[in-house]
Design a protein around this ligand. Structure first.
Ligand SMILES: NC(=O)c1ccc[n+]([C@@H]2O[C@H](COP(=O)([O-])OP(=O)(O)OC[C@H]3O[C@@H](n4cnc5c(N)ncnc54)[C@H](OP(=O)(O)O)[C@@H]3O)[C@@H](O)[C@H]2O)c1
Length: 490
């Protein structure tokens, strides 16, 4: 196998891809014969590229460098200079890859990874076609990994998908949503379908509501150029959060087959109740962080960040109330919130069960019992917990909320593989289960489009603000409180 990373000297390769490949190598999970070729515009000798990789691994790998493992890994790394601007630019790359593959006895099975600015996805796939790098027969293997974002709206996503489909079959395409590679996210299906205790409860009969939070402590940092064009709805909700909704809400698939699972997830996306017109103002809150504090240190507001338009209307926070109009979830609100500069980094799904009847222990209207909550912590401190009511020891019957808590770290020890490790391994094995199929990407865009369009039209009202270090604007609290519920404290 040859892995060709377009954008091989970029930030993603440095922080995620090369460290992930190194860890797979240390675990003995890479194919015995493999070459990894980074591609970029800068003139970079192989030795310098290996140093670049070593630096990334030293700084970002979950395991420290082991000199012996590093030496064998370094020997797999190459760099090929190629600018993707212009015509017929891949001929020299093809010649170099042929030599590398010949020297290492590789059959020419290749994975092409687009770790590139999204504007280069379409031109590069056309270049691959012109250079005759791709065949649809599977011999030799040609697979494509595409990073997010796929488009910035439905039309542009379709254009990217059309261009890629002109060169690769859908089964050769692996659209990354790195959230789906996280252990805890994969565990959602295991938790739901490998235990008889939870699944019977996952429906409108027993579930009062579901909350999904993806909170970032960091501000926009150095990514203003990208983020100004994206905002929280595009950056987080359209992809990661709707994927989490799909996993929590999907019907049991009849097999662990990639397309069976992806069909069931698609069903959920297609059952999302459209939020349109005035309903958007009532069900979707957007906001921007103002100056505030991060761990006691003053930090600037979004509009004061480097590279951000001082009049920017890009949302750094979004909260939504959504419904899935199918039999299982009829009438159950799903509350989603995500934002930058929130008090801490935390991603969690919580399933809030209905209260017990107001009889016996729950009879006092002034002291209602806490309903049971099943919470899945995606990061940090991966695990899940179930909040239940228990009797406080002593002569009186006093009920107290306790937790049954499972922590990955203490139960299984060691560090879990990074999402990119799992995802790269799956592409090498040809398993697309954890990747986004074209129809799902477009269904998610179709659903968010009315919101994006309304926001684009409403440019006069002021955007709600929240001080950096707070859990979003008051409007986000009101969104949930107006239904008689509260955001869960994280
Ligand atoms: N960084 C992350 O954590 C992250 C997370 C999720 C998704 N992504 C996605 O991953 C992709 C890459 O992101 P990144 O952060 O790694 O970007 P980056 O640091 O800006 O790297 C871009 C890469 O593309 C190469 N490149 C740019 N223009 C080129 C051209 N005309 N011809 C050939 N190569 C060219 C650059 O090579 P030269 O420098 O040699 O020109 C560089 O290696 C983007 O689609 C991004 O949305 C990134």
């Amino acid at each position: 196998m040859t892995i060709v990373i377009f954008g091989g000297n970029g930030d993603l390769a440095h922080r995620k891809l090369l460290p992930a490949l190194y860890n797979l190598h240390v675990d003995g999970l890479l194919p015995p014969r493999i070459a990894i070729a980074g591609v970029g515009r800068k003139d970079t000798p192989d030795a310098a590229y290996r140093e670049f990789a070593k630096d990334g691994i030293t700084k970002f790998s979950r395991r420290p460098i082991d000199e012996q493992a590093w030496q064998t890994f370094a020997a797999m790394l190459f760099f090929v200079k190629a600018s993707l601007d212009g015509e017929q630019v891949l001929a020299p790359l093809g010649a170099r890859l042929d030599i590398i593959e010949h020297e290492r006895g590789l059959p020419g099975d290749r994975i092409y990874y687009f770790a590139l600015p999204p504007a280069l996805f379409v031109p590069t796939v056309k270049q691959l076609d012109r250079a005759r790098f791709v065949n649809r027969t599977g011999d030799p293997v040609a697979r494509l990994i595409v990073e997010k974002p796929i488009g910035r709206d439905l039309d542009s996503a379709r254009a990217v998908n059309d261009a890629i489909a002109g060169v690769f079959d859908e089964r050769q395409i692996y659209r990354i949503d790195h959230y789906l590679g996280k252990e805890t996210v994969q565990n959602i299906l295991v938790m739901r379908f490998a235990n008889s205790i939870f699944e019977p409860l996952f429906n409108q009969k027993y579930v009062d509501h579901v909350q999904i939070t993806v909170a970032e402590e960091e501000g926009v940092g150095t990514r203003a150029g990208y983020y100004e064009q994206a905002g929280a709805l595009r950056d987080m909700v359209q992809n990661h959060m709707l994927q989490l909704v799909a996993l929590v809400a999907m019907e049991p698939p009849h097999a662990l087959d990639a397309d069976v699972i992806r069909d069931e997830k698609l069903e959920v996306l297609e059952s999302l109740r459209p939020i349109e017109g005035a309903a958007i103002d009532a069900n979707v809150v957007r906001a921007q962080y103002a100056a505030g504090f991060d761990l006691g240190k003053p930090v600037p507001g979004y509009r004061e960040e480097q590279g951000v338009d001082p009049c920017s209307r890009t949302e750094t926070f979004v909260a939504l109330q959504i419904f899935i109009d199918n039999w299982r979830w009829a009438g159950v609100p799903f509350f989603l919130r995500t934002g930058k500069r929130l008090p801490k980094r935390a991603s969690e799904i919580s399933v809030h069960l209905k209260e017990v009847p107001p009889i016996l222990f729950n009879a006092n209207p002034a002291a209602r019992l806490d309903p049971n909550v099943l919470s899945v912590r995606i990061q940090p401190d991966e695990g899940f917990s179930l909040g239940i009511s228990s009797k406080l020891p002593g002569p009186h019957v006093r009920v107290y909320p306790v937790k049954m808590d499972f922590h990955y770290g203490s139960t299984f020890g060691g560090s879990s593989p990074e999402a990119y490790e799992r995802l790269l391994l799956d592409v090498i094995a040809g398993d697309p289960t954890l990747f986004m199929r074209r129809d799902a990407v477009e269904a998610a865009w179709r659903w968010v489009m009315p919101i994006l369009e309304r926001w684009a039209e409403t440019t006069t009202d002021s955007l709600p603000a929240y001080p950096a270090g707070d859990w979003g604007p008051v409007e986000a609290g009101q969104l949930v409180e107006s239904t008689g519920r509260r955001w869960r404290a994280l």
